[in-house]
Structure formats: C-alpha cells, structure tokens
Ligand binder design. Structure first.
Ligand SMILES: *Cc1c(COP(=O)(O)O)cnc(C)c1O
Length: 422
C-alpha cells in the first residue's frame, strides 16, 4: 500500500507548532486538513472525515456556507478592519441591534471582543466595576459551579471546576473564587444556599453555563436550576452572568438556552457559533441597569477594556450572515430532527461495556463511559471509521452542524456503536 507523502508545509512546520491540551512528546501527529465543506473535512492524503464536533461547536451551518462566504467576500473588499475606539461601523451596529432583539428582557448593550474567555473576563470586570461604581468596595469575588468551564485565561480558570477542570495545576496562581454545587437536589441546594449566606457580602456575580456544562463534561441540568439561581441572585442583590458561549445559537433546541427557563440574566456571554464558525468573535451583553451604573461624570467609572480587534467588521459581517441563516432556514427544526436521531441511535450504547450513561439535548449527544483509559487510541479508531470525534475525559460526544445529512449523522452514531462494541 502506498501512502501519499505529507505536504512540505506539514513536514517543515510541524516542528514549530505548539498544540492545545496536548502532551507533545507522546501525542500522535496531528492530521493535515486541507479543505472543509458541509460536514466534511478533507485531509492532505485524500481521506475525508465526517465532522462530529463542528470545529469545537462553532460551525452550526456546516463549513463554507455560500451565504456567509458571499457576505464575507463583500466585507473583505470594502473594510476588513477598522479600530472601534471612537468609531463605529454598520456590521457591528447591525449585529448589536439584532443580538439584543433576540435576547430576552432589557439585555441591550453589547461589548464586542474576540474570544469566549475574554467575553467572560469582560463580564466579570463589568460585575466588579458595577459594585465599585456604586461605591461598594468589598464585592469583587465570583460564585461559579462545580463542573463548570468558562475559559482558559488566568481570570476564567479561577471560575472553572477546581478539581475536575484542566486547570488545577495552576491552583496557587489563580484568584480564589467561591465554587458551589449546582442546586439540583436537596443536599446541593442546602450547600449552595449556605455558601451564599456566608459569601454574599463579598460576591459581585454568580456565573453559570445554562442547561449544559460543556467542556466540564457535557453535564445537563433542568431549567428550574436557572430559576433558582435567578431568585438567589435577586434575593442577595448579586448579578447573574449566563455563559451561553456553548449553548447559544440553537445548540440546546432553543435559540438561547436561558429561554427554556424564562429568566433574564444581568449579563450574557456569547461566542463559539456567533459567526457560524468562520471568524473569531465574542460578545458580552449587559442589561440596562448594569450599563447605567457606568454612566457618571467620573471618567474612572468608564468600563476599562478594549481589545485591539474588537468588533472586527469582517467577523461582525459573518455573524450577521449567520443570523440571516437562522432567520431564513429551519435551524431549530433541524436541531429537533438531529435530537431524534441522536436519541434513537445512541440509546443502544447503554448496553455496551463500560457505558454508564447516554443523554441528548438539542443537537448534543453524549455517551458517558466509566473511564476512557486511552483517549488517543480511541481517537485513532474513530479516524479509521472515517469520522472526526474527540472524546475527552470520560465522555464521547457529538455536536454536529445543524445542516448535517441524516446519512452523515448515522455514520457518526454508527462509528460510536462500532468502536464501543468491538
Ligand atoms: C469555549 C467556551 C469558553 C471559552 O471560549 P474561548 O473562545 O475558547 O476562549 C467559555 N465558556 C464556555 C461555556 C465555552 O464553551
């Protein structure tokens, strides 16, 4: 058997690249991707993989959607970028207005940035300065949840799950935040409320991923939990920050996950599928009362943050094009149809060796294992099946594009059943 030689750029560049979450000494060499289309990734050697991950949950319309490409091409020709300090442009203002129209309540002020972690950092800075601007100096800490994930920067690592998270190694370098169990049953509710009683006087905000804790292990909770958090935040006068970076844009079956609980957060963070998986962009959206706490004749009451590539016009144009597709295409029906297939096709995994749970929500399908001892080997077996599935920790999951074909979806679920069964 002949294998086509790896391209020169791969051979010459691989020794100079540092990959994420990867033990570079032992990890198998990365794949060389050369083209994407729909739910397919083409490799340099000609192999084609069906993508079960949608580029880390971002490519909700599939790759290379012609509408996004068209809008991006036009924007590229007129104004790929301009600074956002003291200057605004149509793509950003249109996008801000459209996002606010979609969000519940008076979430009406958008601060743009370029990654999810930074959007969460900005939300935390807003919450801290909200108190400072009101003359309260002692309320700078955050309450976040076990199983949670909010990013990889030093500020956001401190609000990730301290034990399960990949960040425990940095322990002593991180701010000490309050980490509570999600109030889901009697015992966890008691602990949550006890922690609040003890810490409310020093808390600026409660942060939560609504309905699904994604990178923490695809853990689901009921909408009721969000209503409990909203009520607790109101009772203790703490801001509620909802991190919809993974769940936003239809992934859980509604446009935003918080809709399912009927709550209005004080601040929302968005990124991942915001541009349909094409450009790096994030947004932090605040309610009116949050924004108003920054209005004063004191210059120090202004929000002191400003990423260089903030509100990049090309990225904003792509996000507007993505919203066009949510308006013109039956995306939420597609999510419901994907859920039906995932539920039916993954359910048989329950009886396979080592499987402890199978669960689905919207376009998310999860097979939870007792343990995955050799994730690297498992990944290779999926690649051999012609699918791109990235197990992490003890879970194997699918988060496909909403435009995936039924045959492609069956290929993904079939690969999981084959690999786990044999
Ligand atoms: C991915 C993710 C982040 C971090 O986003 P980056 O763009 O990787 O910085 C934050 N919160 C949630 C819920 C995420 O899924």
């Amino acid at each position: 058997m002949t294998t086509s030689p790896l391209p020169a750029w791969y051979q010459q560049g691989c020794g100079h690249i540092w990959l994420p979450y990867s033990q570079m000494q032992t990890a198998s060499p990365p794949l060389a991707a050369v083209r994407t289309q729909g739910s397919r990734i083409t490799l340099a050697d000609g192999r084609e993989l069906v993508d079960g991950v949608a580029a880390w949950w971002t490519a909700c319309h599939g790759y290379n959607h012609p509408h996004i490409r068209e809008v991006a091409t036009a924007q590229l020709a007129t104004m790929p970028h301009v600074m956002f300090g003291g200057m605004v442009h149509e793509p950003a203002l249109t996008l801000a207005q459209r996002l606010c129209a979609r969000l519940p309540g008076d979430l009406e002020r958008v601060f743009f940035s370029d990654s999810g972690s930074v959007a969460v950092e900005v939300a935390m800075k807003m919450a801290i300065q909200y108190r400072l601007n009101k003359g309260e100096t002692g309320r700078t800490r955050m309450l976040a949840f076990k199983g949670g994930y909010h990013g990889d920067t030093l500020g956001t690592m401190a609000i990730c799950d301290p034990e399960e998270g990949m960040h425990h190694l940095y322990g002593s370098a991180l701010a000490r935040q309050v980490i509570a169990p999600l109030p889901q049953d009697e015992a966890s509710s008691r602990e949550f409320h006890a922690l609040l009683e003890r810490h409310a006087h020093e808390l600026a905000a409660i942060l939560v991923e609504p309905l699904v804790q994604g990178a923490g292990g695809m853990l689901f909770h009921a909408p009721e939990v969000l209503r409990i958090l909203r009520a607790a935040a109101d009772r203790y006068d703490i801001l509620l920050i909802v991190d919809e970076i993974f769940t936003g844009f239809g992934r859980t079956g509604t446009f935003f996950a918080c809709e399912q609980a009927g709550i209005v957060p004080d601040i929302v963070a968005l990124s991942k599928a915001l541009t349909g998986g094409t450009m790096a962009l994030a947004a932090t959206i605040a309610r009116r009362h949050v924004f108003e706490a920054f209005l004063s004749d004191n210059p120090e009451h202004a929000l002191m943050h400003g990423p260089t590539f903030m509100a990049n016009p090309l990225a904003c144009a792509c996000a507007n094009a993505s919203l066009d597709l949510f308006e013109s295409q039956p995306r939420l029906q597609q999510v419901a149809a994907i859920n039906a297939v995932l539920t039916e096709q993954l359910e048989p995994c329950r009886s396979l060796p080592g499987v402890v749970d199978v669960r689905t929500l919207g376009a998310i399908g999860v097979v939870e294992m007792q343990a995955i001892t050799d994730p690297e080997a498992l990944r290779q077996r999926f690649i051999a099946q012609g699918v791109w599935i990235r197990p992490f920790r003890n879970i194997i999951y699918l988060t496909p594009a909403f435009t995936i074909s039924e045959a492609e979806l069956h290929k993904l679920t079939g690969a999981i059943r084959t690999v786990l069964g044999g």
